[in-house]
Write a new protein. Structure first.
Length: 174
């Protein structure tokens, strides 16, 4: 699935939550999808214009966009399509790969920062879990919990990796 098609999925999917302005849509994407997906204003507004022209969303007099029945059908079709996994671009791993040039102390600092970020992410995700638990049960909860669980597991895996990497840098010959 192309980047454009994935942006369509993010925008249309967010609009299934409720009608919203482009600004509110960007905020909703950051708040609800931000742990695993991002879209910029520069992507959202042209996408909304195109989806409106295609009849997949409508815009009311207050500037709120609403997904149409055709938009819901389009979203279901896009969600069912196979997706491409793009190779990651990880600036931390790039720096660590060339760690001999960067230096051991700088690499340790990068790893400690990564650990701190993972710890902060776990705290943020715990807050999301608490919010979900405080809400009345919803048909969306199992899906939110699956993506939340992924984020928590990835953050814990990062913490384990950071600890192992720091030990490896401190090992003889490391």
């Amino acid at each position: 699935m192309s980047r454009r098609a994935q942006t369509d999925v993010a925008v249309l999917g967010a609009l299934t939550l409720q009608p919203m302005t482009g600004y509110a849509l960007r905020a909703a994407i950051v708040e609800t999808l931000g742990h695993f997906w991002s879209e910029s204003f520069g992507q959202i507004y042209p996408t909304l214009a195109r989806l409106t022209a295609d009849g997949l969303v409508t815009k009311d007099d207050d500037g709120r966009f609403t997904i149409t029945p055709a938009g819901r059908t389009h979203l279901r079709t896009r969600l069912a399509e196979p997706y491409d996994v793009t190779p990651p671009r990880n600036p931390l791993l790039l720096r660590l790969f060339f760690g001999r040039t960067l230096g051991r102390d700088a690499c340790r600092a990068l790893l400690r920062d990564t650990g701190a970020r993972a710890t902060a992410q776990l705290a943020a995700l715990a807050a999301v879990r608490d919010e979900i638990a405080a809400e009345p049960p919803s048909p969306d909860h199992p899906y939110a919990l699956v993506t939340l669980d992924y984020g928590e597991r990835m953050a814990r895996a990062h913490l384990e990796w950071v600890e192992a990497s720091l030990r490896a840098l401190d090992a003889p010959g490391g």
